[in-house]
Ligand binder design. Sequence first.
Ligand SMILES: [Zn+2]
Ligand SMILES: [Zn+2]
Length: 374
Amino acid sequence: MSGKADWATKDYYKELGVSKDATTDEIKKAYRRLARANHPDSNPGDTAKHEKFKSVAEAYDVIGEPAKRTEYDEIRSAPRFPTGGDGGFDVSDLFGQRGAGGGGFGDMFGDLFGGGRPRQARPQRGADVESSATISFEDAMDGVTISLRLTSDAPCPSCSGTGGKPGTKPHICMVCEGAGMVASTAGGAFTLNETCPACGGRQLVYDDPCPTCHGSGRGRSARSIQARIPGGVKDGQKIRLRGKGAPGENGGPAGDLFVHVKVTAHRLFGRKGDHLTLDVPVGFDEAALGADIKVPTLKHGPVTLKIPAGTPNGRTFRVRGKGAKKADGTNGDLLVTVEVQVPAVLDEAAREAVKAYREAMADKPLRSKLFEEA
Ligand SMILES: [Zn+2]
Ligand SMILES: [Zn+2]
């Protein structure tokens, strides 16, 4: 015979093939029938039947005695549900897939669900989670720590995913006898198992559904996490943050979080890979004669750029190390493209100067080449 330590893990009702609400008389009848059928004297050499005989005797020893039965029922019907809060991510948490700790619901009901799927606690990696974030151009350069709010399917917080009215006790689903699956009525040549329609595969049923989730057991959970976006991130890039996804089960590692990063445009600067780009207006005189011009950088204050004499419109100059941060910690460059400006309005002095220039260039017509072959 076994002690009370076994009670939580043994289903004596199932052993005797009776319902939890069976009368003492029904239990006695069931025991007698099973004891007779499995008695060692009538089954010599059949060890399976010997074992069954022992276990039905053990079961009857407990639930056949009203005082012991009451105590047994109390142990069995008082599962310590996880209280939620930090939010598991899978209802299966509730049904005994959580390995560490022990003593939870799963341990209590371990045998209850016997015969179905194996219920061993296997470490399982948490799911990968996707999210998106929009950050400023400057933050994309330096890197930034952002707060992300992630929502995911989680057990209903009111009933911890059981679907039952809080405070009420479940009983084993009588339709599937606690297996969660029933043979399909679709039939034909094959027997198919389908989720039990009465308990939805949950194996237990409640008389009153949870008022929050209306019996579905499902809820949404939200959590906030801090995520570090590394400097140099580009618009449209997906950042992988290891271990920031859904938590693992049974000591398995957490999944990863993928953050789809959008970077807002800057008023002046553009991005080209690890380089920054900047369009700078220059005067015709500066392009023609050459000039030292001051250009802004994003982070390092203005720098002086030498425009050589005879610089054509659209030429790009490179200012080293003033670009975006690269993965290796160094910086890309700032690419400065000159835009030669034509003044819309000239004052008198400027007009005279430009006229003088025209006269000086009279013998070097710009378009002569166009007509050489015509
Ligand atoms: Zn069922
Ligand atoms: Zn609920």
